[in-house]
Design a protein around this ligand. Sequence first.
Ligand SMILES: C[S@@+](CC[C@H](N)C(=O)[O-])C[C@H]1O[C@@H](n2cnc3c(N)ncnc32)[C@H](O)[C@@H]1O
Length: 392
Amino acid sequence: MPDSHAFIFITCQIGAERAVKGEIARRRPDFRFSYSRPGFLTFKLPENVAFAEDLDLESVFARAHSFSLGKVQGGDPAEMAKKVWEVFGGREAKRVHVWPRDAAEPGRHGYEPSLAPEAFDIHRKILAACPNPAMLAKDAVQMCRPSSRTDRGEAILDCVLVAPGEWWIGRHRVGSITSSWPGGMLNLEWPALEKGTGTFCRNGPKGAAHKMCLSPFPGPVSRAWLKMEEALEWSRLPIPRDARVAEIGSAPGGASQALLARGCYVLGIDPAEMDPAVLAHPRFTHLRRRSTQVRRREFRKIRWLAVDMNVAPSYTLDAVEEIVTHPEIGVRGMILTLKFPDWSLADEVPEYLARIKSWGYNLVRARQLQHNRREICVAALQKPFYRKTLRD
Ligand SMILES: C[S@@+](CC[C@H](N)C(=O)[O-])C[C@H]1O[C@@H](n2cnc3c(N)ncnc32)[C@H](O)[C@@H]1O
């Protein structure tokens, strides 16, 4: 079992382990890879080095990380919950995050990484076993809070369900938006149809009803809705209501729905068919063409760009560069999906980001989102529109 603070553990998408190792080797050459299971890696930390408790690994592929305190094993979750606090050893904790190691590659037999019900159940058991409940935040019982609440600086007890009867315990302090989410995951739910209406109104991840829904949809038309919701929550791009957004690779339209629900005007560019429910939205326009066939003047009023084409990153970046570097086009910010037909392209990410910066985007961040498959999300913003919020 690792010594206190001698190790850090990282959870990621299954398949991304090599990409995580590559990033750590480049950015943190003093970390030594120690042990891994699919979707879970540990690294030995250098001795006599103090790390900030809210350490930012600046990793694209690590979904979450935690300073390891050791593991608990057993057959009875209630007993294991007691042992969690023994391992935690009287340290400060305001909240408890529990999440499972991913069970499969995203998309395999429909698998979607998520906070499974088991995580919520074990969260309740760990809270019930807390020897000093007074130290916990008043609302600690809610593991997932509205994503607008970040509470930087809060001390978190982390518990990763690595295997049945094997939980790894660690700690971190919230230093970023995603480190306030258990395991870096949102508890996004596919919106249920409103009873009797056949429509849904977008709710925040914690059910905070919001008023931006302009017109009803018959539910999200593609899982890209999840990707766009998560991208917007993570990036906090300051896209105002009534913003003009172009989405290249928009069909069938889940991502456009997330933007329309926030009050944006969406220009969808895709040679494929849009879902009729999206086409019918008064703020949606479809250009049924490839990105290369769209006249530059169509982008003149566009201030925000989303791109999600099923093509290689170099194709996406060439297409975007042509648009955003055009002298008559003023795109302030972007959400780009870069797909990796081959995992080795993960090594090219630093070059991709440098290229995007070179177009005048001062703030460029990338993350493999919970709802990304073999792809990453890049958020980019131009300086005059910079807000302090774009930190992963
Ligand atoms: C992953 S799907 C997009 C999903 C979509 N964002 C949604 O919300 O449902 C990829 C799309 O990229 C489109 N595509 C591929 N090459 C394209 C190009 N050169 N220009 C525009 N769209 C393209 C495909 O037709 C396909 O609909």
